[in-house]
Design a binder for this molecule. Structure first.
Ligand SMILES: NC(=O)c1ccc[n+]([C@@H]2O[C@H](COP(=O)([O-])OP(=O)(O)OC[C@H]3O[C@@H](n4cnc5c(N)ncnc54)[C@H](O)[C@@H]3O)[C@@H](O)[C@H]2O)c1
Length: 325
């Protein structure tokens, strides 16, 4: 299969690109390289990889990128609540307008069969009561970032597409772990960095829940969906993660202390009564329908990030290119 990966130089996209090449697919990567291109250096000369530098808002660049591919995996976006809040006009233009245009362009190209959209569990906002949310629970987005993800999902799930066009939305857990494009603005990665470097880590709202998933497992879910039966994934939505991997921030701090008992950093909890994003997620659907299983747990991600920091592989973890704002 020839797969277009938008956002191929990003935290998840750079891992997905490698995995798709390993699975034998041809990959065309598309990215505006907002954080540089180092993340795809390792695949740049791969015989089945092709890179197109372009902006998702440029219709002719996108049309050229979609030409001749069998599948589109759409990850390019302004990512995260803070980055979107800082640039709302750009965010609407990229995350909504250009994403909708890409969806419709792909469905208008007869050879494009698959379309996988990177959405987020942030769409759930705050859960009601103490239960787990499923794909059928109401969505309560509380940020521009999540509101626009919900809009694209709705277009994808309810659109009147040709019968052999198979779009799927994946609601990713909060991701962690090592990637060729590191991000230290993600909870687990940030906590490990600060504690390993002996800093005082300030944790805001330690009692609030979120699901977490290793970047390699998230990326693998995208490949799995591309190869799954059309009837199972067409205009369907899946949470991506594992039900056992819902944690509070306090539990993440405890996991870091368990995995790395010798960290020098200390933790200061800053109590917050309200957090509009407080949710625990059920991941039964992707497990039963697609057989998805995670292969890595929180402790694996914690240890690998600590090793990369301690070994000097990442020597400047505070650099601007390692965060989205
Ligand atoms: N990281 C998470 O925890 C998480 C959780 C849920 C969903 N997601 C979704 O997964 C996807 C990838 O996230 P990530 O963490 O890899 O983010 P990232 O910021 O590392 O990567 C995004 C990539 O998109 C590119 N991009 C941005 N605007 C573009 C444009 N106009 N044209 C072309 N390329 C553009 C950037 O250059 C970057 O390489 C996003 O859609 C995000 O919303 C991420």
């Amino acid at each position: 299969m020839k797969v277009l990966v938008t956002g191929c130089a990003g935290y998840i996209g750079s891992v997905l690109t490698r995995q798709l090449l390993e699975r034998g697919h041809d990959v065309r990567g598309f990215d505006s390289l907002n954080y540089g291109g180092e993340a795809i250096l390792g695949v740049a000369s791969h015989p089945r990889f092709e890179f197109v530098r372009g902006d998702l808002r440029d219709v002719s660049a996108v049309r050229a990128a979609v030409a001749g591919v069998d599948a589109v995996t759409h990850l390019a976006a302004i990512v995260g609540d803070p980055a979107c809040a800082q640039q709302p006009d750009l965010t609407r233009a990229v995350n909504r307008d250009a994403s909708l245009a890409l969806l419709h362009l792909a469905q208008g190209q007869p050879q494009v069969r698959r379309f996988v959209f990177a959405s987020t569990c942030s769409n759930y906002g705050k859960m009601e009561g103490g239960g787990l949310v499923t794909e059928d629970s109401p969505l309560r987005p509380v940020s521009l970032y999540a509101e626009l993800k919900v809009e694209i999902e709705q277009a994808l799930l309810t659109g009147d597409f040709r019968q052999d066009f198979i779009p799927t939305a994946l609601r990713f857990s909060t991701v962690y772990g090592l990637s060729p494009r590191m991000r230290f603005d993600l909870t687990v990665n940030e906590f490990v960095r600060d504690l390993v470097l002996g800093r005082t880590l300030r944790v805001f709202g330690e009692q609030f829940w979120r699901p977490y998933c290793h970047v390699e497992d998230l990326a693998r879910a995208v490949g799995l969906v591309l190869e799954s039966p059309a009837a199972t994934v067409r205009q369907n939505v899946f949470n991506v993660g594992d039900t056992t991997e819902n944690f509070t921030k306090k539990m993440i701090v405890e996991a870091v202390n368990r995995a790395l008992p010798d960290v020098a950093g200390r933790v200061e909890y800053v109590h917050k009564v309200e957090d509009p994003r407080d949710y625990r997620v059920d991941f039964t659907r992707i497990k039963t329908a697609l057989g998805f299983q995670i292969t890595k747990h929180l402790s694996d991600g914690i240890r690998e990030i600590a090793a990369a920091l301690r070994g000097g592989i990442i020597s400047d973890p505070d650099a601007a290119r390692y965060r989205n704002v």
